[in-house]
Design a binder for this molecule. Structure first.
Ligand code: PBG
Length: 326
């Protein structure tokens, strides 16, 4: 009897054969590493829900940056934790705000590192919302003005890329116009175009001290149940002049990453968020999973889904592990 079937295993016969036919790869250049800079002195505080991630004050930034460079990371995403917060998030767009100060420092000492500035208000507002609040409402258009001020002051400080994450409608239009008017026509906008209202941001809110003090973010961030809405969000950001499109979170939304990759021709960035990181860390610490293998599998899964770039807290480890395996 002659059996008819395909012999897929021919291409899996050895490590070299598997390498020969491997379709996707991870490189150090793929990663953007988030950094939390906190106002104050001599702070290097581990985020309890994110082992291995620290809030650092300016006096620890030199050492932190040296470590980042030694690992081969090329891009960082800056978040600031100010000493004081107010209704309108004034420290977000202050010339001497913590992100502006950190940006100037990194640009001077590590000029080749790409600085992506997260442009949002929630770490800076007393109420923890990403925009201007009136009663229980988050106002769209007044928030845009503050976001533009934030973006321009970040660009002035030397940020290479502006990454608005606050999910107000029209933020790309407003920020693009503001940057151009201030002479920053060459500074790209990496839009958090497709950002879901996700429980996976929990640990970040501890890291960035930006949890909403009332209500939630569901009137501005997207409903996890929706797919077509992601097309509408990405479409409008492309039309408004975005240079990169972020999909966030990563793991539970890889179908959306593929959709965005297939339908738009901008670089696609996936944000592998804090809750995804915390789950892997917790399981690894319990000895329930192999951290290295799990992280590398997750990250290659993101590239396979269509991500060109990955924002991830695992960046240092991932690059070290990739080098080990070379
Ligand atoms: C600020 C912002 C958040 C994250 C990135 N930028 C929190 C939020 O929207 O509530 C989450 C990142 C993470 O969980 O790692 N708007």
């Amino acid at each position: 009897m002659e059996l008819q079937f395909s012999r897929h295993r021919r291409l899996r016969s050895s490590a070299n054969m598997r390498a020969l036919v491997r379709e996707n790869h991870l490189r150090a250049e793929d990663f953007i590493y988030p950094l939390f800079i906190i106002e104050g002195e001599n702070v290097r505080k581990e985020v309890s829900s994110m082992p291995g991630v620290f809030q650092v004050s300016m006096d620890h930034l030199q050492a932190e940056m040296e470590d980042i460079v030694a690992h081969g990371i090329k891009s960082v995403l800056l978040f600031g934790i100010p000493a004081t917060k107010d209704e309108c998030g004034g420290q977000a767009y202050h010339d001497h705000g913590i992100v502006q100060v950190a940006t100037r420092f990194i640009k001077e000492k590590f000029p080749d590192i790409i600085i992506v500035a997260d442009t949002c208000l929630c770490e800076y507002t007393s109420h923890g919302h990403c925009g201007v609040v009136e009663g229980e409402k988050i106002l769209n258009d007044p928030s845009l003005e503050l976001l533009v001020k934030t973006a321009v002051s970040q660009a002035k400080a030397g940020a290479d890329i502006i990454a608005p994450s606050n999910m107000m409608d029209g933020f790309v239009t407003a920020i693009r116009a503001g940057l151009d008017e201030a002479g920053f026509t060459e500074v790209p906008v990496m839009s958090y175009a497709v950002k879901y209202a996700s429980a996976f941001y929990g640990p970040f809110r501890e890291a960035a001290e930006g949890a909403p003090q009332f209500g939630d973010r569901k009137t501005y961030q997207m409903d996890p149940a929706n797919r077509m809405e992601a097309f509408r969000e990405a479409e409008s950001d492309v039309a408004e002049g975005a240079d990169f499109l972020i999909v966030k979170p990563g793991m539970p939304y890889l179908d959306i990453v593929r959709d965005v990759k297939n339908n738009f021709n901008l670089p696609v960035v996936v944000y592998n968020v804090s809750g995804e990181y915390a789950m892997i860390k917790a399981a690894a610490q319990n000895g329930w999973i192999d951290e290295k293998k799990t992280v590398l599998e997750m990250l290659i899964g993101m590239k396979r889904a269509g991500a060109d770039l990955i924002i991830t807290y695992h960046a240092k480890d991932a690059i070290s592990w990739l080098k080990e395996d070379e």
